[in-house]
Design a binder for this molecule. Structure first.
Ligand code: AMP
Length: 286
């Protein structure tokens, strides 16, 4: 009995592992757009868990730099505290270094990047020149899709893969009043990173993490006086990013006012659509 159970567990583990590989292999880059408080961080973490790809949050990277007192951190601290955007050069260089890490080879979720049209252009150039080959935004037909460069991804020699070079861009649209409640109510655990909202998803005990008991914290830029400049920065500087992707037919908008789980389901459906398409491409080439 114990043996059969153990065998069952092994089968389940093997299945889970192969599903994880299956889902992670062709997701490619995913961009989550949306104003502060739209739920990008929460959804990015869910994509990360489901597809086994890292979340690359420029806000988190910058906050880490500030906490560690790096040169980058010192350069952005005051700008971030005012709710303004850090410079394109600094952020792009930080992203370039992060995307070159091996855990990004099979895809990643960009959360909070690109935030300006210049960053979106930079990302396209980066994808074209560094990570993928034969890239062109108009090439949406399977036969013209793109292959990971074997130089960038040595494992592709033994298991050739065809995947999307261009990001799947998903924008979460949220009502303004809802945004304010989400931002002012947001708390996070400094230990495990879990995010709560005192209005919608409170912890079991006031201001304490359910997972590890740490005292929850409010982000420095979630203060009421900083929220308006952040939303203005989003409207003025990140609005054109959506236009940029819309022009090339790559923008998918989702109603972010829906319950979080419904938004997640919609996102997974979108990603699965691309995954199915990519699997077909792979089968044809095998
Ligand atoms: P977030 O956590 O995404 O809300 O970002 C927090 C803050 O980090 C923003 O208000 C900006 O000051 C800065 N920041 C994050 N991502 C970017 C980016 N892509 N470009 C410029 N500044 C950024």
């Amino acid at each position: 009995m114990a043996l059969r159970e153990a065998a069952g567990n092994t089968v389940r583990e093997t299945l889970a592992n192969s599903m994880a590989q299956e889902t992670s292999r062709d997701i490619g880059p995913v961009v989550l757009l949306g104003p502060p408080g739209a739920g990008k961080g929460t959804q990015a973490k869910r994509i990360m868990d489901r597809y086994q790809v890292p979340q690359v949050s420029t806000g988190d990277l910058l906050r880490q730099n500030i906490a560690q007192g790096t040169e980058v951190g010192c350069a952005v601290k005051a700008v971030m505290a005012r709710g303004e955007l850090a410079s394109d050069d600094l952020v792009c260089e930080m992203v370039r270094q992060r995307l070159r890490q091996p855990d990004c080879e099979q895809g990643y979720v960009l959360d909070g990047f690109p935030r300006t049209e210049a960053q979106a252009e930079w990302l396209d150039a980066f994808l074209e020149n560094t990570v993928f080959e034969n890239s062109h935004p108009e090439n949406s037909h399977p036969e013209q899709s793109h292959r990971f460069s074997s130089k960038e991804n040595p494992s592709s020699k033994s298991h050739p893969r065809v995947t999307r070079a261009w990001p799947i861009v998903i924008r979460l649209d949220v009502d303004y009043n809802q945004l304010l409640l989400r931002i002012t109510g947001r708390r996070s655990c400094p230990t495990c990173g879990r995010i709560y909202n005192v209005h919608f998803q409170p912890p079991a005990f006031d201001e304490v993490c359910d997972v590890d008991g740490s005292k929850l914290v409010t982000r420095n830029d979630d203060r009421l006086e900083v929220i308006q400049p952040r939303i203005t920065a989003y409207q003025e500087q990140t609005g054109p990013v959506a236009d940029y992707y819309q022009r090339s037919g790559r923008l998918i908008a989702i109603n972010g006012d829906q319950p979080m789980d419904v938004v997640t389901e919609e996102i997974f459906r979108i990603l699965e659509g691309h995954r199915t398409e990519n699997s077909v491409i792979e089968d044809q080439r095998a």
